[in-house]
Structures are given as structure tokens and as C-alpha cells.
Design a protein around this ligand. Structure first.
Ligand code: ADP
Length: 162
């Protein structure tokens, strides 16, 4: 079985993330979406790990070969533990590239069997990020076009109350 992992903060999951998950699920036998803590962002998370996992589970429930997990540690080690052949990453713009390229080379050094597969963002969600969702929502804007329907109300409720 060819298993891929799709790591990220998913704070919260957006339609851009869901697009990458859906497309990766067609390429691999199983996609394991992994909620991780990004050291650069860890003090700015709006949602707990449990909430982020729950949101992802709810919006991927119709994708049979997609599972959700969380992990706090080295991605290369996690990949070995779950026997993954690839890490999937979404690329929105050139600005994503440098950091992702560096992470990919580091993971390859730590785990030479691990490939990184980059999927280009859909043209409609190139602009979309979890930060955009948080910003627009907390200022009272409409985010229904940005996040999966199953979780939109919970996202709005939490972000408008904080
Ligand atoms: P991180 O904290 O690791 O940057 P994110 O949750 O922001 O985690 O992103 C996780 C992954 O999803 C990254 O590979 C990122 O490039 C990708 N991604 C984020 N938003 C989009 C989008 N709108 N379209 C495609 N890929 C995206």
C-alpha cells in the first residue's frame, strides 16, 4: 500500500487544504493528514489540536482513503513510523517554494526513502490561507467561500467570540 502524509497546521482547514487532500487521495492508496505544531506559529493558533483534527475528520468523512492524525515531533520520523512513501505539500506561490524546498531536502536527509510531492494550488484557492480565514472572520467578513461547509459554523462561532 502506498501511503502519503499531508502535514500542516490546519488552523483551521480551508477549501485550499481540502482541494489538495482530494487530489492526493486520487494519487495514493491512503492519505494521512497530520496536524502538526509549526514552531514559527505555535503561539498564534486559534484552534486546539483536537479541534483541528475534528474539523479535518468532518470535512474528509466522504473520502474513504483519507485518515487524520496529529503528531508533535519530526516529520521524517513520523513518516518512518507510519511507513509513508511520500509527503504531500501544496504550493500556492513562489513565496511558498523556498521554505518547502528546504524542508523537503531536510526530510530527505533524515529519511532517504521519503519523497516530497508538490501539488500546485487550484487557481481559485491560490490566495487562500488559514490566516486569511482568521483575519476576515474576526473582522466580521463572510468566510463561507473559504472553508468547508461542514465546519464553517463552528469556525465562525469560535473566531467571532475570541
Ligand atoms: P504550516 O503551518 O505547515 O504552513 P498550513 O496549514 O498553513 O501549515 O499548510 C499546510 C499545507 O497546505 C502546506 O503544504 C501549504 O502549502 C498547503 N496549503 C495551504 N493553503 C493552501 C491552498 N490554499 N492551496 C493549496 N495548498 C495550500
Amino acid at each position: 500500500m502506498r501511503r502519503a502524509i499531508y502535514p500542516g497546521s490546519f488552523d483551521p482547514a480551508t477549501l485550499g487544504h481540502l482541494d489538495i487532500i482530494t487530489r492526493a487521495a486520487k494519487l495514493f492508496d491512503e492519505v494521512l493528514v497530520v496536524v502538526m505544531t509549526n514552531v514559527k506559529k505555535k503561539n498564534n493558533y486559534a484552534f486546539t489540536v483536537e479541534e483541528r483534527v475534528d474539523f479535518l475528520e468532518r470535512c474528509t468523512k466522504n473520502l474513504e482513503n483519507v485518515k487524520v492524525d496529529s503528531y508533535n515531533g519530526l516529520l521524517a520520523e513520523y513518516a518512518k513510523k507510519v511507513d509513508a512513501v511520500a509527503v504531500v505539500k501544496g504550493l500556492r506561490a513562489v513565496s511558498d517554494f523556498e521554505d518547502e524546498f528546504q524542508q523537503s531536502l531536510t526530510n530527505k536527509k533524515l529519511n532517504p526513502d521519503l519523497e516530497t510531492v508538490f501539488l500546485t494550488a487550484d487557481a481559485d484557492s491560490m490566495f487562500l490561507s488559514s490566516s486569511v480565514v482568521k483575519q476576515v472572520c474576526s473582522l466580521g467578513g463572510d468566510v463561507y467561500d473559504f472553508v468547508p461547509e461542514e465546519i464553517s459554523e463552528d469556525i465562525i462561532k469560535k473566531l467571532r467570540n475570541t
